[in-house]
Design a protein around this ligand. Sequence first.
Ligand SMILES: [Ca+2]
Ligand SMILES: [Ca+2]
Length: 308
Amino acid sequence: MANERHVDHREWEIDASTRTSGHPFTKYSPFRSATSTTAATLFSIPAQAISVNWIENPGVEGTGVGMFTATGSAIERSTAQANSGAASLLVNPANSAASEGFYWASNVVSVNKTPQHLTASCYVRGASASGSVKIQITDASGTELATSANTNLTTSFARISASYTIPGDTAGAVYRVYVVSAAQHNIDWYTDDMMFEVREDTIAVSDYVDGNQGIGYEWSGATNNSSSYRRMGMTTMRGIQIRNESGTSAEVVFVAFDCTATATTGIPVIAGQVFETVWPIDFRSHVSVISASGTPTVSGVIWGLHNG
Ligand SMILES: [Ca+2]
Ligand SMILES: [Ca+2]
């Protein structure tokens, strides 16, 4: 703020709420990395938006592909290509018409007073650089509601997406996501990392999410056979344990919170020693580290919670 004054200082200081003061630490971020004599950010509070993917085997890492229905094509799980993981869905169009591919059907999207935004996305790669495909959102009988641009297949994976807004008070209904040839062709293609999301806050397409992606990512049920979600990221750091693995005494590491580490702003961690907070802290930006010499490795964990 350009017109900030000293009396605004109340907003500069952080007072944890009564509720969060006694909150167990539910988030953590482990680390092990080399430092150097240039300050580096060891950890920063992630901008980790909550999102949900309704598609049950979105990365085709599970062997069951019964949630996908072929239409004018043959489909099968293939480990020949993958955008992530080890497998994708191979689509072999029959080459008798346009719009050959497959679809996935959602559970009922419940009625809502306010609009709901549907987004569908996936990554596609041609067996060769020819032919085009598109992704569509349709109603429960396959009538088109929204369609991506036609995308020419290449031998690299590319993301395609479509979005549709359900007006408020629309009766609950099933929706389908189609991935099909844009024009008739006989080029096989691979589909991976599919996503279908229902949001009320934005029509923007979220980053791809599945339960295999690490800390904060979970399947709602069986792995590779249920919806999945990304939980909120850490918003408040509440503790750190950091070990300086070096055995060389000159290799002191300085650790700073919410500012850039230097020999004067950082807490010194002597070679071979561990610094661990013994009382909850409350920092909300980042941890910076710098070494006095060399490239000592630091390892440990940052503890925190959400909604400080
Ligand atoms: Ca995959
Ligand atoms: Ca074919």
